[in-house]
Design a protein around this ligand. Sequence first.
Ligand SMILES: [Fe+2]
Length: 326
Amino acid sequence: MAIQALGYLGIGTDRLDDWTDYATNWLGMQAVNRGAGVRAFRMDDRKQRLVVDRSLAEGQRYFGWEVADAAALDALGARLEAASIAVTREPKSLADQRFVSDLVSFADPFGNRLEAFHGAQIADEPFRPGRSISGFRTGPLGMGHAVLMVTNVDTALAFYRDLLGFRISDFVRGPLTGYFMHVNPRHHSLALFEAPFNGMHHLMVELYSFDDVGQGYDIALGDKEKIVATLGRHPNDLVTSFYMHTPSDILVEYGWGGVEVDDATWQPHEMTSVGSFWGHHGLFDALGAPPPEPPATRRAPVQVMEGNFHRMSGVCPWWDSIKARS
Ligand SMILES: [Fe+2]
């Protein structure tokens, strides 16, 4: 029954043209025409990942959580119903709209519409990014991560961790209370922050190339009011990213270099600070909290994948002595 990834996200909005411009020219997604009232965006070989829909009210959203197959979907539905959660077996017409084989829908304790699905359709045509990027890091890691604000984090944990099987990567208890949770090697596919309101804070998408993020930052710098948090590096998932407004009330985090979590060795742990290694100025204002005081001494190796780095040749006696001392 296990949820494996954040497969897709749907957003209700009237601002279809603004979203199309933003998703293609800023983020580098590929727009796909879905007829009047709906725009879909590709990030990879799938037919769609992000959908904006005029028939949904502004602020309405649906989160598509992926399971392996029909048996896993049945098992998840049965587990939810055993916990007295209402589950709707959605008709084929909706599965066709989502470009998946089958789905069920249900709500989390805060009214967010969740969909669980299997069998996402692959497009016949290769992905053609809306601007020149190397591509999004998706595949088994899903489309990225979602961060939700919830009025009761314990209630959220009972639902997402205990019922749906999300696993805690790490958590923080001050100045905010937040839990980062994984369902695959991505450090978190979902993060939950306690707040006086329920809502979605941001969607994170991860790029293959650091330069994709830097060039996206250059584009955003052309319209500085769109930047919510400056380029910076997170201490837990080690992502280097910046945050920007979207045509809707959610933010997008545009990032690179996320660490992978291995359940065989990873231990959930409490962080003493959620403050970034550097940068991300403005992020905590957006989260409604004062910025934490980050110890200015934290750093970590960059996370790279095969084919995405060159090892520097030679040695430096000075640097080697620094490393030996640390
Ligand atoms: Fe994030």
